[in-house]
Ligand binder design. Structure first.
Ligand code: SF4
Length: 428
């Protein structure tokens, strides 16, 4: 394991052996983790900035943290432990800032059933994360006959009063981000990517793919200044989509406000033994069989438990009908990954209602990570001192055994294993 400097000078001294420059693989691990967290924070800051808000404290933190990762800048292991947790605190601020910007512009989300499949007529599908982008598109498509569909992390947009008021926001197509090559090839509509998690396109749909903001892939057209006119004209020129409703409807749009309006009922149900446990199951989904864990896990939740979820990991199981417990839904979709702040607020409020700490609640967090925002969210939870989180489907590759041990010793961080065995351990 060589630090950047050893690699650059070709000396290959191997700091973990010789300690020549003082950097070791654990510092390298923590620096990587910090950089990934900063990338996640930056995504939230960017989308809040689209809505005209920023936070000077976060703006000052990002360069300080990045500077500390430069070659021969800082060799203090404790510093990097501390700044990673501080980065978790900044993630909380960034998520809250973005949430408030969403609420101020589009209202507080309300639960809604979203139809899957297509409606007869031309269509535009939006993927990514920008509610501002969707709002501008909905304004410009109104009255044109073009229907708008959400994909992946854009699903929660349906719950916002300021967005669902548009009747031509007709539904959701597909599942998590990685079904895009098949989905976009099979459905002849225009696609607009509003952020990350867009893949290099296939020939079949490259000429009907547009990118906004940071999104950019070879062959796709760029949207500048939220001007969607070219995309709308192209959508109108394509053969109309069929009237083909999907077999499932998806429920989204829960907020802390909605869930906490049920706080009295929830407390009663817990006290009466009707609710035994809460789970938060969500995060970034990734292709592969590892994600099956989350479906199996949710399927095996006892009927007296409640599952909150968020981000695109929910597509592993959000087609399941879990029913309700005396009017309290058993599956509660809180929104995009940045809406983890809503889950945090719910957990803190429930702890207040029960007169205990968050770690004393019958609540277990089961997270899936794939990209950098999930790393930032994990740091935010550790910053709050939340213990006993299950993380999967595999351990982050950059975390060294020593760093993992620190996380396990201090935060009781666990790696997912067998869903049924994990469930038994959680309920025990
Ligand atoms: S939750 Fe993560 S993996 Fe999923 S679309 Fe958002 S950023 Fe991408």
């Amino acid at each position: 394991m060589f630090c950047d400097q050893c690699e650059q000078t070709g000396k290959g001294t191997g700091c973990t052996v010789a300690g020549v420059c003082g950097k070791n693989e654990d510092i390298d691990s923590l620096q990587k983790n910090l950089i990934y967290t900063l990338k996640g924070i930056s995504a939230y800051v960017y989308h809040a900035g689209e809505l005209g808000v920023n936070d000077p404290e976060i703006d000052a933190f990002i360069p300080e943290a990045l500077y500390s990762t430069l070659t021969n800048s800082n060799f203090d292991l404790d510093y990097f432990v501390d700044i990673n947790l501080r980065a978790g605190g900044m993630t909380i601020k960034a998520m809250r800032m973005l949430k408030e910007a969403h609420f101020d512009n589009y209202g507080v989300p309300e639960p809604i059933e979203v139809q899957t499949g297509t409606v007869a007529g031309p269509g535009i599908l939006v993927t990514g994360h920008s509610l501002k982008g969707l709002d501008e598109l909905l304004k410009q498509t109104e009255g044109t006959g073009v229907n708008v569909y959400t994909h992946s992390e854009m699903l929660p947009a349906h719950g916002y009063p300021g967005l669902k008021k548009y009747k031509h926001l007709v539904g959701n197509l597909g599942r998590a981000w990685f079904d895009q090559k098949k989905l976009w090839s099979e459905n002849e509509l225009v696609v607009i990517a509003f952020g990350n998690c867009v893949l290099i396109p296939k020939e079949a749909y490259r000429d009907r793919l547009y990118c906004l903001g940071v999104a950019g892939v070879p062959g796709a057209k760029r949207i500048e200044n939220y001007d969607f006119s070219e995309a709308i004209e192209q959508a109108k020129s394509l053969p109309p989509l069929p009237d083909a409703p999907g077999e499932t409807t998806l429920t989204t749009g829960f907020s802390a406000k909605v869930v906490l309006s049920l706080a009295g009922k929830i407390k009663e149900a817990v006290t009466a033994g009707k609710i035994s446990h809460f789970f938060l199951v969500g995060g970034c989904d990734a292709p592969g069989k590892g994600g099956d864990y989350y479906r199996e896990f949710v399927k095996s939740t006892p009927t007296d438990t409640v599952v909150m979820t968020l981000a695109c990991g929910k597509y592993r199981f959000n087609d399941l009908d879990l029913g309700d417990i005396g009017g309290i839904p058993r599956l509660i979709d809180l929104g995009q990954c940045n809406d983890a702040i809503e889950a945090i607020d719910i957990a803190v409020a429930l702890a207040g209602a029960f007169g205990c700490g968050v770690n004393d609640l019958p609540l277990t967090l089961v997270l899936s990570w794939m990209e950098q925002k999930a790393v930032a969210i994990l740091m935010s939870l550790l910053h709050l001192g939340i213990k006993g989180i299950y993380l999967g489907p595999k351990p982050p590759a950059w975390i060294t055994p020593n760093v993992l041990k620190v996380l396990q010793d201090n935060f009781d961080l666990r790696l997912t294993g067998d869903p049924k065995e994990d469930m038994a351990a959680m309920l025990a």
